[in-house]
Write a protein that binds this ligand. Structure first.
Ligand code: ZN
Length: 488
């Protein structure tokens, strides 16, 4: 389905909506999750914890969102976290220069070029204001950090632009108290803030957003233990090469020099497997190595995990080899010793990160899952991600049926996110659950009163079976522990 269809679903069924929408001064780029959105996001993070954190024995922290100015002096963000902007001289609209040129030319324009080069490109392609057609002024750099003033004295501090800075500044204590040894992966799920020039497309480009980040601290001399790599050695990564996507095994990708080392290959495999389990259409998935000018300022090598949607290819995870850039920077500014012992020597660990955009991942999963078929709209979410896990209905709203259905609902909701509905025709009730991705529905009918069985209906195939009520909970448990739709 298209972006507009997903947006309608999100607004009408309570997945997400613009923040402060009743006010005309609501700033763009801020969105609220509704009940179904919160549930979907929580399940997405549960899956991330299962498939990455627990699978790889990572630790998780939760850092504060406001951080000291020194952090961003050390990280380089105060100096380098800036986007090129240009303003229309007629209507004053401010725009991102790289995107403006790339929309006009259809080419990828790097985020980091000299200001003069942007000026030259604007002239060369005769780019004008997309809103009023007016001429554009000179290009300048705009820092995207949100500054805040702390306490009555008004000390400068900043909302973090990436969650990982908390992990870097906490690293010495974490390594000590957790009795760490390299490689040492640390994860965090939380909010970050970027004062984007032109936020747009709801969850795709936000000013306040969720990240799920993993920072793997390692010794570049002995990147990964062989046993871990064995798990993924023959797993085929979907690498963007030339015009298309080629499936290359993790080991071949390293041996052909497409990926710098086994540790990076291993974590790219984990993240690809995660998205497969989250229900992303793997025919529209790729891992793309970035060119020199596309990379973030701290990255030596970078890969983007990208998914194709009706809006084009969307970057979901930035996988950056940050070397010892961050720990060295924090060590220099804070004077804290960031060295650790490894292999008999003191080193500053290197970092490989998997920096995931949670909100945009949720958008892409919704778009890929949303189908219109046989006169119905159906959100084919993986059961593990379904915001509501089971619907319970009486076939008709009379006799003993509602009482019996409520009894089943009350018992199921102790273990599952259940939903009870007795209004309207049964067909309409099924449709409403299909549209929000409820994997199975239980229906109580007159046979139920006689033999203690109910109908279990599968969302995707619409097939129905009869099942004994005492077996219902264990059948649902099997469904939600597994990864695929109910096989009826
Ligand atoms: Zn204009």
């Amino acid at each position: 389905m298209r972006y507009e269809d997903v947006m309608r679903l999100a607004l009408e069924r309570g997945f997400y909506a613009p923040s402060c929408e009743i006010y005309s001064d609501a700033p763009a780029g801020f969105w609220d999750y509704g009940p179904l959105g919160v549930a979907l996001r929580n399940r997405f993070i549960d899956l991330w914890r299962r498939e990455l954190i627990r699978r790889d024995d990572m630790i998780e922290i939760d850092g504060s969102q406001i951080m000291s100015k020194s952090v961003f002096v050390a990280s380089g963000h105060l100096e380098s976290f800036a986007d090129p902007i240009v303003s229309c001289m007629k209507c004053r609209l401010t725009l991102r220069v790289d995107r403006l040129i790339s929309e006009k030319t259809g080419k990828i324009i790097p985020e980091r070029m000299a200001v003069e080069d942007y000026d030259r490109l604007l002239k060369e392609h005769d780019v004008r204001c997309p809103r009023c057609g007016g001429g554009l002024g000179g290009v300048s750099m705009f820092n995207m950090m949100f500054k805040v003033r702390v306490g009555a004295g008004g000390e400068d501090a900043y909302l973090r632009p990436e969650t990982c800075q908390s992990i870097f500044v906490d690293f010495p204590r974490l390594f000590k108290v957790m009795r760490g040894k390299l490689p040492f992966p640390v994860a965090q799920f939380g909010k970050s803030f970027r004062n984007e020039i032109s936020p747009r497309q709801s969850l795709i480009r936000l000013r306040e957003f969720y990240q799920a980040e993993i920072e793997v601290f390692f010794n570049p001399k002995y990147a990964i233990d062989a046993q871990k790599f064995e798990e993924v050695r023959d797993y085929r990564l979907k690498l963007a090469l030339g015009e298309g996507v080629e499936e290359v095994s993790c080991i071949d990708a390293v041996e052909r020099g497409l990926i710098p080392n086994r540790l990076i290959s291993y974590y790219l495999a984990l993240i690809q497997q995660f998205y497969e389990k989250a229900g992303v259409d793997m025919g529209r998935f790729r891992v793309r190595r970035l060119g020199e000018e596309e990379k973030a300022f701290y990255a030596e090598t970078a890969f983007d995990v990208e998914v194709e949607t009706s809006l084009g290819w969307i970057e979901l995870v930035a996988c950056n080899y940050r070397t010892d850039y961050d720990l060295k920077g924090h060590s220099r500014v804070s004077k804290e010793d960031m060295e650790v012992m490894d292999g008999g020597e003191k080193i500053i660990p290197h970092v490989f990160e998997l920096s995931m955009g949670v909100d945009r991942s949720i958008y892409c999963i919704m778009e890929h899952a949303y189908h219109r078929e046989d006169g119905r709209d159906v959100l084919k979410l993986k059961p593990a991600l379904a915001p509501i896990q089971v619907g319970v209905f009486p076939l008709v709203n009379r006799d003993e049926l509602p009482r019996k259905a409520r009894e089943i609902y009350n018992s199921l909701k102790k273990d599952f996110q259940a939903f009870y509905d007795e209004s309207g025709s049964i067909g309409r009730r099924y449709r409403r659950q299909d549209e929000i991705g409820v994997p199975v529905c239980v229906t109580v009918d007159y046979d139920t009163l006689r033999d203690d069985t109910v109908t279990l209906r599968d969302r995707d195939s619409m097939k129905q079976i009869r099942i004994d009520i005492p077996k219902l909970a264990s059948r649902l448990n099997d469904l939600y522990r597994g990864e695929d739709a109910l096989q009826l």
